[in-house]
Structures are given as structure tokens and as C-alpha cells.
Design a protein. Sequence first.
Length: 109
Amino acid sequence: MMTCPMCGKGKLENKKVKESMFGVSLGEFPARVCNKCNESFTDETTTKKIEQAARKAGVWDLGKKTKITRSGNSLAVRLPKEIADFLKWKEGHEAYIRPDKDRIIIESI
Ligand SMILES: [Zn+2]
């Protein structure tokens, strides 16, 4: 068995790991999982399969850069079209916004 390259202590075991992206389940994929730190490693073929599944689910490349702009006394965050479409949010959608350390969480009300 191989020693974990992340923690250098655990051993890697062959397992099936549930993959998800942006909260969307992509299915189970073979991975080697560390029995100490729980870090999982996938080979190139599996990584490609996960990418394919993510593309099919419409969540591939959904994380986007955005710029904070000024709107009166407030700051405004532009929601990229892909993210708005994924969430099915339209203009006038009511949301609740709150800080969480160094990020912002915006949820449907
Ligand atoms: Zn480890």
C-alpha cells in the first residue's frame, strides 16, 4: 500500500467516493483514500469522468470571477448569467445576504 502524499502517515485504500460539485451529486467514482487524513486521490481517467459528469450536470466551470461595483452608498455584486441560470434566479428574486468570515452567503428567502 502507498503512503499518503498529503499527511505522509496514512495508507491509501481503494474506495468509491461520492463526488459533488456546487451541491450537485455527480455519482460515485473510484479513488484512493487516506485512512488517516481522509484525503482522496483520483487518477487521470477518473478525473476526466468526473469532469464529464459535471459538464452533463451543468455545473462544470460554474465558479466565476466577479467584480464588486458601487451602487449609491452600497456595493453591488454582479451575478454571472451562468450562476443565475443554474439557481433559476431572475431580476426581483428575494434573497437573504450575510457575511461568513471572508465570504458572503446569499440564499433564497
Ligand atoms: Zn493522509
